[in-house]
Design a protein around this ligand. Structure first.
Ligand SMILES: [Zn+2]
Length: 112
């Protein structure tokens, strides 16, 4: 294992959430999915990260961004109001823009 998910979670928690976020279960996906890079499963309170990131050549920024994104799913639950189910709410998007080097991180994900 090249990246330590617990350490990463704790680091981002301190940096962006004042260390207040309870740590969910963290795990690597079985396969190296490109279509699902990360996933928050509320029923198991688990963040699953694609094993595609578990390689030494993957830039830390790319993995940090994916973990940050999934942490925002913990922080901003799915909005079930109205007929549409909104996964990435306005508040979610706004918080995501607080991630430094967001554009650079997204570019890195395209090159995985
Ligand atoms: Zn998302």
């Amino acid at each position: 294992m090249h990246h330590h998910l617990e350490e990463l979670f704790d680091r981002l928690n301190q940096r962006f959430f004042d260390g207040l976020m309870g740590r969910p279960q963290l795990g690597w996906s079985r396969g190296t999915s490109r279509s699902m890079l990360g996933h928050f499963d509320p029923s198991h309170n688990a963040i699953i990260i694609s094993r595609i990131f578990d390689r030494p050549e993957v830039p830390a920024l790319a993995l940090e961004y994916v973990m940050f994104h999934e942490m925002l799913h913990l922080r901003y639950p799915v909005d079930h109001a109205g007929s549409r189910r909104r996964v990435h709410t306005k508040e979610f998007r706004q918080a995501e823009r607080g991630f430094p080097r967001l554009k650079e991180a997204k570019e890195l994900l395209k090159k995985l």
